[in-house]
Design a protein around this ligand. Structure first.
Ligand code: ZN
Length: 677
């Protein structure tokens, strides 16, 4: 049975490896043991320590207060808002939209681990190529262009001259992996194809184009700015023309493809992410060269939206690192328009948005080069303007005497003001209303009413939104709430069906095994031995619980020790991994609530596990007694011999007494539900 179980388990995991493609189990183990969940998740979101865990605003849904929880001890995360949960691999899978093997590769890449890969079939190579080809190709192209800039005559003569003229230092050129592509029609194309890259993909990546059956490079005679994602992967390119007399567009960007999603990319995010977190502020500029110049000048917390107005997704990227957004813009009309768009969205996402108008004729690039970092910071500090004042100033200039335009502006301003969270900053909102009514020369009460209308509209909207989300999330959360509550004495009755409660108790048993299996228990070598002896597995009705229960004890019997938590947290089956993350995480998280609600001491207390084990165990003993009673009653009704019948009845009374004892010991309301069936 045990050997059989182990074989089965190995079979599964082999199958899973083959399916994953190619990475050996030992490599996966190495990656898993090296990957630090705080380190990895910290690359994407701003984690704040809270007790033994870390909190952040969830990267998977939009939220204002953090409900995304990471437990370093257990190696798992869980969002109490949207329910997403898992381990370090699932996080990378989910966040970077990767398959399991791709996520393992990502982590191996990050930790500089060389993966051992088993032999691959042509189909597997094909499959893997299809998935990662764009990434590989972009990386190749970025290296090619960078190398061409540094090491070719034309690159030096044309590309390098341009960058030098812009004042870029070599270290900065390397930091941003800047490049150059030859003017010749198809030099990159020919080289790339000779290295085995295929035409369709090159075209998809926007690097080559077909005309009359011939392929040519798209970025001819252009300097190249690789656009990197949060983790440094090259997602696409921006390429600037150098000859001014051509009719071609000044910049060419990668077309949208699986990797290059313009609305989700901010230029400079990779180079700036640490500084943004550290300074707790993000500067937003328009162009690539603005970002690069600021970095060179020592201002490293800056990203560019690359000309497009800010999108919700871009704001979310920034919002994971800081809520302080400062927009630097120059005085031309286009710059102002660009700065204005997306601002309401930023206010809506609880950003503290400030705007800084640069001196006449300067853009961030020229300004930092002239002024240097110290003067730059001083200027920014002195000229920071909040969104509402900015809007008013710009709007008033445009409106003039036009009543229609004015009414539109009043509405816009009212909406912007309404987005400032009233609870957080009532005085500020008040201040803006007074200023605006003054400048716009409208009645203050009228403006207040207008602001209130916008707030009301939004609350209605949010409420509907929230309701929908609750409807989705509620069953999951309350189920676990109950599982936890049910495992403790004094928990309140929950309105669940008996069947659902049984299910929860079964999961609770598994949790107790995983968390405390290795600990000693009075009279037993370990909690695992105690449960092995006292719980009848035939009472387990949930298939997954039974399967994992058996896996647990197979491991125990075979290796002489209980499987560690990470065995289940990193289980080959995704459904198990997800369930484990919820099951194990919730435990430590709501314990504070229980303390208040039920007077239960912290779970981390040295001996509380005994209580936990006891009550879980009692449930199964209780269940067993009920089952025996039921069987006995059936036998009594069928028994013809009065003497035998009487003995059975005595036995029944005994069982009832045992039943009552357990109830008295635990007073667990949830047990009673079993009898309701
Ligand atoms: Zn979430």
């Amino acid at each position: 049975m045990t050997i059989e179980g182990l074989k089965q388990q190995q079979g599964q995991s082999n199958k899973w490896c083959n399916f994953a493609g190619v990475i050996s189990q030992s490599s996966i183990n190495e990656v898993m043991s090296r990957a630090d969940i705080i380190d990895v998740i910290g690359q994407f979101v701003r984690l704040k320590k809270r007790g033994a865990n870390y909190m952040a605003n969830c990267p998977f849904h939009n939220e204002k207060s953090p409900s995304f929880n990471v437990s370093p001890a257990k190696g798992i995360y869980k969002c109490f808002g949207c329910g997403k949960a898992g381990n370090v691999v699932s996080f990378i899978q989910e966040h970077e939209k990767l398959t399991y093997p791709e996520a393992i590769r990502w982590l191996a890449d990050y930790y500089k681990i060389t993966l051992q890969e088993t032999e691959r079939s042509p189909e597997q190579i094909q499959q893997q190529m299809a998935g990662e080809a764009l990434r590989i190709l972009n990386e190749y192209a970025a290296n090619y262009f960078h190398d061409y800039l540094l090491n070719s005559e034309e690159g030096q003569l044309i590309g390098m001259s341009y960058f030098k003229q812009r004042g870029f230092r070599k270290d900065i050129i390397e930091k941003f992996r800047l490049g150059y592509n030859a003017e010749q029609n198809d030099q990159f194309y020919n080289t790339a194809v000779s290295k085995g890259h295929n035409k369709e993909l090159l075209a998809k990546a926007g690097l080559i184009k077909e005309r009359n059956g011939f392929y040519h490079d798209v970025y001819r005679g252009r300097v190249i700015f690789p656009i990197q994602g949060m983790t440094g992967r090259v997602l696409g390119f921006g390429a600037r023309i150098l000859k001014s007399n051509e009719k071609a567009p000044k910049y060419i960007n990668t077309p949208e493809n699986e990797l290059y999603l313009k609305s989700k990319i901010l230029y400079g995010m990779y180079q700036s992410r640490n500084a943004i977190g550290k300074q707790d502020e993000c500067f937003l500029v328009e162009g690539y060269t603005d970002v690069i110049s600021l970095h060179q000048g020592g201002v490293e917390n800056v990203v560019a939206s690359s000309g497009t107005s800010l999108t919700e997704d871009q704001l979310r990227l920034i919002g994971q690192l800081t809520k302080n957004l400062t927009i630097l813009y120059d005085g031309d009309a286009a710059g102002i328009k660009a700065a204005l768009r997306g601002l309401d969205m930023a206010l809506g996402q609880s950003f503290n948005v400030q705007l800084v108008l640069l001196p006449d004729g300067e853009d961030p690039d020229s300004f930092i080069q002239k002024s240097g970092a110290a003067q730059f910071h001083e200027f920014v500090k002195e000229h920071k303007q909040d969104v509402i004042s900015f809007r008013l100033q710009i709007g008033m200039n445009e409106v003039g005497n036009d009543p229609v335009k004015k009414s539109k502006l009043v509405n816009e301003i009212a909406e912007s003001i309404s987005r400032i969270n009233k609870a957080e900053d009532f005085a500020l909102q008040d201040h803006y209303i007074r200023t605006a009514s003054n400048k716009l020369q409208v009645d203050e009460t009228g403006l207040i009413n207008l602001v209130n209308k916008y707030i009301r509209d939004r609350i209605d909207n949010d409420t509907r939104h929230q309701q929908r989300r609750n409807e989705q999330a509620a069953p999951q959360l309350s189920e676990e709430d109950m599982a936890q509550a049910a495992a403790y004495e004094g928990s309140e009755p929950q309105p669940a069906t008996p069947a659902a409660k049984e299910d929860l108790q079964e999961w609770a048993l598994l949790r107790v095994l995983i968390e405390y299996g290795h600990m000693v228990y009075e009279g037993y070598e370990s909690v695992a031995r105690l449960i092995e002896e006292r719980v009848d597995p035939s009472l387990l009705e949930n298939e997954m619980v039974l399967k994992l229960y058996n896996e647990y004890f197979d491991h125990f019997t075979h290796f002489g020790g209980v499987p560690e938590t990470h065995y289940f947290v990193n289980h080959p089956e995704p459904t198990v991994r997800e369930k484990m993350a919820s099951l194990l995480h919730h435990n430590t998280n709501i314990s504070h609530n229980w303390k208040e609600k039920y007077g239960i001491e912290s779970l981390n207390g040295a001996m509380t596990y005994v209580v936990d084990v006891d009550s879980t165990l009692s449930y199964f003993e209780f269940k067993k007694i009920l089952k025996m009673e039921e069987e006995l009653l059936k036998k009594i009704s069928e028994e013809q011999d009065p003497a035998k019948q009487q003995r059975m009845q005595m036995k029944f009374v005994e069982l009832r007494k045992m039943e009552k004892d357990i109830l008295k010991r635990h007073r667990q309301v949830v047990f009673k539900s079993l009898k309701v069936k």
